[in-house]
Write a protein that binds this ligand. Sequence first.
Ligand code: SF4
Length: 327
Amino acid sequence: MDSANEPGPAGKTVVLAEPRSFCAGVRRAIEIVEVALERFGPPIYVRNQIVHNQHVVRALEQRDVRFVSSTDEVPRGSVCVLSAHGTAPAVREAAEARDLRVIDATCPLVSKVHQQVVRAARDDRTVLLVGHMEHEEVEGTYGEAPERTHVVATVDEVRQLDLPSDTPVTYVTQTTLSIDDTREVVDAIAARFPDLTGPGTDDICFASQNRQNGVKALAKRTDVVLVCGSANSSNTVRMVEVAQLAGVRSYLVPDITDLDESWLAGATSVGVSAGASAPEFLVDQLLDRLAELGFDRIQVETTGSEADITFGLPSAAVGAPESKESN
Ligand code: SF4
């Protein structure tokens, strides 16, 4: 679909992925903090970044939202929001032991994975968690059953697992992985453990899937793909990798000041998308700069629709201030 922004024949093209930028889980997490600010007044404490984007965090800090890495840093009795990426039960218990008013902003799709782990552990199955150990989401999911869970990120790590092949195994995945990489790891798990249950690649959330499909489509029709978002955002970094694997130059643009114009050398078309935690104003700033550089013809590549997807807010945020949210 061409926009009204038609240039002269010399104009270079931007192809904009749709959907892009905030997903329903990120919008919900930010709204939870905003509602908590209104209901309880500042300061509100948030354990870890509420979503992985420096602009979102800075804007909330200006409203006296205080980000901490441990609930031990939160004064007793204060409101403490747990981030969208999910939290281990031990962290929630520690927060409750400090008498914090806990509001859990875990994305419901991450909570679903936590529940899969709880069920598998209850059934005495070994859990293989496909994901990256250093990511907060994996830390939280792992914390549901640490004594039964192994984290694996690659086919080699699956091969190296010190487990008998008749082990009853359930695998789950981080929600923001590359669909193609995950399929390979799941195939390796299936090859080693016949007594296997798992969700396929369905734990990878719709937002990650749509955004990955988007950059794949951009890679087919543009010379360079730029992805707005932060370097600590898993789904955003995967988008850059997916575009690169699809055969184009692709770069992360955390902020417009990070755009290196040499990336565009020789390009007549640029694909633009944004990770699920990246605000849309970053895309607007990038489009303005690209227009100044001659990329003034805008087209849209649609690979999905998220218009109807919303998640409700937890009761601890909206209507029951004394209750403590549990996962
Ligand atoms: S990227 Fe997926 S799992 Fe993460 S908050 Fe968005 S919808 Fe939820």
